[in-house]
Design a protein around this ligand. Structure first.
Ligand code: ADP
Ligand code: MG
Length: 636
């Protein structure tokens, strides 16, 4: 709507903004004070952007204004005013920046916000929807703003946060920057009070790098903590800075503060949070380090200083050796920047290695929180050695599924002559330990890594080796490589060996089984690895593990299942009975049924049975037969 007399234009908020406002205003009553943090952080961002422009030599309106933030209040009128001398906004920019939610994933954000009201404090700032939080306390907000771009008029924006907003050009002698005038609701008037404002600003905005004045008094610290010598900084200061930086309410698990002077100068102050926030999910952009050059913020959350798998690290990096007028787009091509990035990555990995060595319990806690993300680093070949040393898995030598084993520990427990690291894949510790493939490893007392996360399969198959030792999946291991290890104890309940003649019959039985299964299997042979189970499917020597095959099949539908070797345990009671049936009638239907059942059960365990119907029908038939025998035997 255009009203000619005043030059005022009315606009509707975009649907997602309305939704967000509705939640903010109606369902969030805790931590309302963070509205001030958000308004001040926008002022600070605007000042950072201005400083960035001016270091690049851009022409700027009112270029001699000091870079600062002012907070004023009027208890009687119930207003708070936040003024900055930052870049300001043009009329178009106001519409674009304040009327819409630009960031992707805002739908996710809204959902997240609805689901976890208590955590709003944490979520709001991370999503770049901070400005709207002002409507938690305001019945009306007026923004007056004038862009740093020359010749732009000052603009006034006003809204009650219900459904629309108005924009008008204002004349008069406004300076460059932005004034946010907050008219508090009756139930929020307590914020227009000196002590309250001071407490809130100190709590949430103390580390803003521009001076914040409350009235005429400067109340924040304005020091670049990362440039202080380590010995001067107290734990409380680190904690406070971390909370400021990350919006986390807990203190960090780790502080990594480094100063490097040669060959390249930089300071870095980094933190590892206690808790992992799934940044691959709803807030995937929420990682990266803030990059400063000589204290001037060049980029928030730069994604190239640390690889993504260390994305849980928060912090800032500040260098004297980068040019101030560097553009964000060319950072990655800058040699100094690349060197800094490499160095920082190395620092974080070394820190973790030291922690793993000196404080294994604490490292285990780290792993439980951040291990899932860390594992994504399997393709960081430059740091592979460190990466490998930092990996943790559950293992057969751990007492339960919670235990963790490093590759180094695994190797230290090698049997004599062992050259391979064995691993098995499954949904749980129970599932893996009942897997027939593990029987031979248990009998020989060989340690097996237990992998539960599909990602582990990628880790192992990319890394391939730890030191000189290759990873081998228990379902693709070459059996002859296991011959050299003795069984821990003689197998119990082992039936007498087959006579030479029965041995021959057994070989014929194997051929009969191959006839039944046809080219569904590569080969049918006697198993040397089983003790408790009658039969097993194994991959031909040295081929891909079954899980990897499954993963590949999921991504490539044309890839058929790899054929396997079907191994039969000739000492198993069931097999011995089959042999009796076979000797009396080699074509007995019963043999076919049992073999099909064994084969499909093995496929099922392998996770590659496409359709279980036949298996179940056959199983029911066999159960029926066995019930006949049971009732007969017990004269029922
Ligand atoms: P974010 O700060 O994460 O981008 P906000 O909702 O807090 O999200 O702010 C939205 C946008 O409004 C900012 O990105 C900025 O472009 C603009 N803005 C808000 N406050 C100011 C200000 N004081 N000066 C200049 N621009 C501002
Ligand atoms: Mg903001």
């Amino acid at each position: 709507m255009d009203s000619k007399e005043t030059g005022t234009k009315k606009y509707e908020f975009k649907a997602e903004v309305k939704q967000l406002l509705d939640i903010l205003v109606h369902s969030l009553y805790t931590s309302r004070e963070i509205f001030l943090r958000e308004v001040i952080s926008n002022a600070s961002d605007a000042l950072d952007k201005l400083r960035f422009e001016s270091t690049r030599g851009t022409e700027i309106t009112d270029k001699d204004l000091p870079l600062e933030i002012k907070v004023d209040f009027d208890e009687k009128a119930k207003t708070i005013t936040v003024t900055d001398t930052g870049i300001g906004m043009t009329s178009d920019e106001v519409i674009k920046n304040i009327g819409t939610i630009a960031k992707s994933g805002s739908a996710d954000f809204l959902k997240q916000l609805k689901d976890s009201k208590a955590d709003a404090n944490n979520i709001i700032g991370k999503f770049g929807v901070g400005f709207y939080s002002v409507f938690m306390v305001a019945e009306e907000v007026i923004i007056k703003t004038k862009s740093f771009k020359q010749g732009e008029p000052a603009i006034e924006w006003r809204s009650n946060g219900l459904g629309d907003y108005e924009i008008a050009e204002i004349d008069g002698s406004m300076n460059r920057g932005t004034i946010v005038e907050i008219h508090l609701k009756e139930d929020a008037k307590e914020f227009a009070e000196k002590y309250r404002l001071e407490t809130v600003i100190k709590k949430h905005s103390n580390f803003i790098t521009f001076p914040i004045y409350l009235g005429s008094e400067k109340i924040n610290t304005v020091s670049a903590l990362w440039r202080e010598p380590k010995t001067n900084v107290k734990k409380e200061q680190y904690d406070e800075f971390y909370k400021f930086l990350s919006y986390d309410s807990e203190e960090p698990a780790d502080v990594i503060h480094v100063t490097v002077d040669a060959p390249i100068q930089f300071n870095a102050l980094m933190f590892i949070p206690k808790k992992s926030y799934d940044f691959f999910g709803y807030n995937r952009d929420d990682h990266g380090l803030d990059l400063y050059v000589r204290r001037v913020l060049i980029q928030h959350k730069n994604k190239d200083l640390l690889p993504e798998y260390l994305g849980f690290v928060k912090g800032v990096v500040d260098s004297e050796d980068l040019p101030l007028n560097i553009s964000r787009e060319t950072l990655q091509e800058n040699l100094v920047f690349t060197k800094i990035a490499q160095n920082i990555t190395g620092q974080v990995l070394s820190y973790l290695l030291k922690k793993a060595k000196d404080e294994p319990e604490k490292y285990a806690e780290f792993w439980k929180e951040h291990g899932r993300i860390f594992k994504m680093g399997y393709s960081d070949f430059a740091n592979l050695e460190k990466y490998n040393e930092l990996l943790r898995f559950n293992s057969s030598s751990n007492e339960d599924a919670k235990g963790l084993t490093s590759l180094d520990e695994y190797v230290s427990r090698f049997k004599e002559d062992q050259k391979e690291i064995y691993y098995a894949f499954g949904n749980s510790r129970e599932a893996i330990s009942q897997d027939p493939h593990l029987e031979i490893f248990k009998n020989k007392g060989l340690e097996v890594l237990y992998l539960y996360d599909p990602l582990d399969e990628f880790v192992i198959s990319t890394v391939r080796k730890y030191k000189d030792y290759e990873f081998k999946s228990v379902d693709s291991v070459e059996l002859k490589n296991l011959d050299k290890y003795n069984d821990l104890e003689e197998k119990k309940d082992k039936p007498a060996d087959l006579s030479q003649e029965d041995g021959k019959h057994f070989d014929s039985l194997l051929s009969r089984i191959k006839d039944i299964l046809g080219d569904r299997v590569v080969e049918v042979k006697e198993s040397k690895r089983l003790s408790g189970s009658p039969a097993i499917l194994v991959n031909p020597d040295d081929s891909m593990s079954s899980t990897m095959q499954k993963i590949l099949r999921m991504t490539n539908k044309d890839m058929g299942a790899q054929k396997k070797v079907f191994e039969i345990n000739r000492d198993h009671k069931l097999v011995r009975n089959l042999l009796k049936v076979f000797k009396s009638n080699s074509q007995d239907e019963y043999i076919t049924n049992v073999v099909e059942e064994l084969f499909e059960s093995a496929l099922l365990l392998d996770g590659s049975l496409d359709d279980p119907h036949k298996l179940v029908t056959r199983l029911n038939k066999l159960l029926e037969q066995s019930s006949d025998l049971y009732t007969e035997k017990n004269k029922l």
